[in-house]
Design a protein around this ligand. Sequence first.
Ligand code: ADP
Length: 531
Amino acid sequence: MEDRSTDVLQILKTYFGYTAFREGQEEIIREILNGRDILAVMPTGAGKSICYQIPALKMRGITLVISPLISLMTDQVKALNEAGIHAAYINSSLTEGQITKALLYAAQGKYKIIYVAPERLETARFLDFACHTEISMVTVDEAHCISQWGQDFRPSYLKILSFIRQLPARPVVSAFTATATQRVKEDILDILELSHPYVISTGFDRKNLYFAVYAAKNKKDKIQSYLKEHDGESGIIYCATRKNVDELYLLLSGKGFSAGRYHAGMSPGARQENQEDFIYDRKKIMIATNAFGMGIDKSNVRFVLHYNMPQSMENYYQEAGRAGRDGESAECILYYSPQDVRVNQFLLDTKENMGDFTEEELQNIRIQDRQRLRKMTQYCTTKKCLRKYILNYFGERTAEKCKACSNCSEEYEDTDVYPIAADILGCVKEAGQRYGINMIVGILAGADTVKLRANRQKENKYYACQSTQTQELLKEVIYALVEEEVLSLTEDRYAVLKWTALAEKFLTERQTFFIARKKKTQKENTPAALR
Ligand code: ADP
């Protein structure tokens, strides 16, 4: 045992140039070398690759790494070869001739690690190769893609098991992912038939990151003042659309900020140039869509700002997590506006059917997309600790308050809004539980809109009964009722407010309903929760 651990440490030093293992790495390597299947959930930047690359070097045969993205494979193989480790990839970027050659070399034992796309596993040629070569381990990277409950479900991942079953001997199977809720974890374990696996989740908490949500009316101004205050620091600004990236880029570079941009509409050359300018610190700020960041390992990112809310907590934590990889403090700030919800809803509704899904699968995916968007929106409107919200979302328990997020550092006072809450519930029911948040707020506030008139809601007996309150407060109380599950929002495209089973009880048994409101004396940058 002693021997083995000094041995793997030596490999870490010799090939990768690091002196110590990070959390989880050594145990995973040890368990794999003991022949055990693995499911490892580790946040972005934790160092998952080494966990299968080091055992791959020590095992007798070949390790196949199944990876969804050609660009990731290319980067990994390049890095391995530079470190003196024989590795190759087999994917659609190669010609038939190149594939033949790669398989021939592999069969001759020239490679220890081969990266393949999941689709490749089904081809007769690859299967024939795999059955006549010693495959010691199959590593499934981005393993959440196997689950319909995961954010990037890929049906081709479902083929992995039948591939493994056809091998003459079952290899060690190791699965890695950065984002897995309990349900996704269970799916990975079941679908890959992991036997007595070693399951490990290293902590998701990134203690050096400060989280904040600000409901900003003028996001562009807010971002400019932030950048002025953080002059000279390196950071990423994520936008929901290419158009927003371009607009913000023109604005900021026009004002003299050192900025680059990145989105899928740009030519590969321009993308590459912008990416390298950022990585090598020639440009300080990267303005990008979520196309930017996978496989990028820049350690000194001091802030990740979100100009728009992303589509899911999974996306958010992955993007925000690119800040502070060096362990120094960094900030993750999300500038939220309710319009972001609509933009994202539109993007989700018009998303291409990339994976050739059946109608049923697609339906299922859409429902979950909406649920995830809803959870993301709740992150922007909650008044509770943001870190706790994130960690709970990923299935971790935490202390009540972190004191390092915008909600924990603001001063709040509890306000009883029971009469408003009661009117909201009454209004939702009176209107037939058919409308979304804006309509209900409009009725209570006594708005005089075409839509309201067309739906005869001026006749609603709750019409204008809360007209002395701001619409912001009314929304705030609705969000709180949703969070407490007294009201629910349907999963339809236009989310409709409905009573839950708790609503009746709320009206008959409760006399108070406290929500946290920011103290009046606070200066600017009001958290989203309070606007
Ligand atoms: P992940 O796949 O979990 O996002 P990577 O495997 O890409 O993370 O690793 C992230 C970075 O951390 C890489 O630059 C990697 O070389 C580095 N790294 C991994 N393990 C260690 C270690 N034990 N000590 C120092 N750096 C490490």
